[in-house]
Write a protein that binds this ligand. Structure first.
Ligand code: SAM
Length: 268
């Protein structure tokens, strides 16, 4: 798993202008933050805080008596957050560079725990949900986003692996990719009053970008990758199947990629 985590760190370290890459991340952080009541005096944890898109606004909302802790293991993402924190003169946001899966907090320490656009990268998703339940005060809320199963061609990847290779792909978004799975998983740890909004969005992908048109098994695999030892012929099968699926979706504008996202709130 060390290799997988280093792969994630390297990927985010390389994204040196994350906030201006597109609309998706700023929009998602803003929408998630506004989905719950954030008020002065609260104690907040932002899991996988990245460049602080959500944490910085949260810190401004809970000031002057409240505070925010943002945890992330990418030094590159945190460096971008630090620049903004200094520029905005924020003094109630602490950044910790650590793996969220190996950090400890006191029980009942936080009023709110956010995790925006990041829970899919966690190796032990049920484990982190259980820890969040413990770290929240009674009545506190875990607030996160997670991609719906139709997002990022995930259903196509899973279907092609099943149909062409007889492999049940443990896709990165599978643990929480439907409202039913989210609800069930959260209930296992005692969360109640679970509210899930399905936000239907999509984005246009370029047909000239290999990243968008060439899939033959690459990706992030937090829970083991059954595609590492594919033969060249098996990779070719996946690639041809994927390109057929993409061709079926081409419009005059290009290929629309579904980015439907679940906005989840769960109370302790
Ligand atoms: C897509 S970014 C989201 C950042 C921010 N939450 C936002 O909404 O813009 C995902 C972040 O998760 C972080 N991350 C992934 N797994 C992590 C882990 N186990 N511990 C700490 N950070 C992690 C990455 O370093 C990256 O900054």
């Amino acid at each position: 798993m060390a290799d997988y985590k280093q792969q994630v760190i390297d990927f985010f370290d390389s994204r040196t202008s994350y906030d201006t890459e597109g609309e998706k991340h700023p929009r998602e952080a803003k929408k998630l933050l506004s989905s719950v009541l954030v008020e002065p005096g609260q104690s907040i944890l932002d899991i996988a805080t990245g460049t602080g898109l959500l944490a910085i606004s949260a810190a401004q909302k809970v000031a002057p008596t409240g505070s925010v802790i943002g945890v992330d293991f990418s030094s590159g993402m945190l460096a971008q957050a630090r620049e903004k924190i200094a520029a905005d003169g924020i003094d109630n946001l602490e950044l910790i560079q650590k793996d969220i899966e190996s950090i400890e907090f006191d029980a009942e320490q936080f009023d709110l725990i956010f995790c925006c656009s990041a829970i899919v990268y966690i190796v032990d998703v049920p484990g982190i949900i259980g820890k969040c339940y413990s770290w929240l005060k009674p009545g506190g809320c875990l607030v996160f986003t997670t991609p719906y199963k139709t997002s990022y061609m995930a259903e196509i990847h899973v279907r092609l692996c099943r149909e062409l290779l007889n492999i049940d792909l443990p896709h990165i978004i599978r643990p929480l990719w439907t409202p039913e799975k989210c609800r069930w998983q959260l209930q296992q740890y005692g969360f109640k009053n679970i509210e899930i909004e399905v936000d239907r969005t999509k984005r246009l992908r370029s047909l000239t970008n290999r990243y968008d048109t060439h899939w033959h098994g690459q990706g992030f695999f937090p829970r083991g990758n059954p595609l590492t030892n594919l033969t060249a012929a098996q990779k070719e099968l996946l690639l041809v199947g994927y390109q057929k699926a993409i061709a079926d979706r081409v419009t005059d504008e290009g290929v629309w990629q579904d980015c439907t996202t679940l906005y989840v709130r769960a109370y302790k």
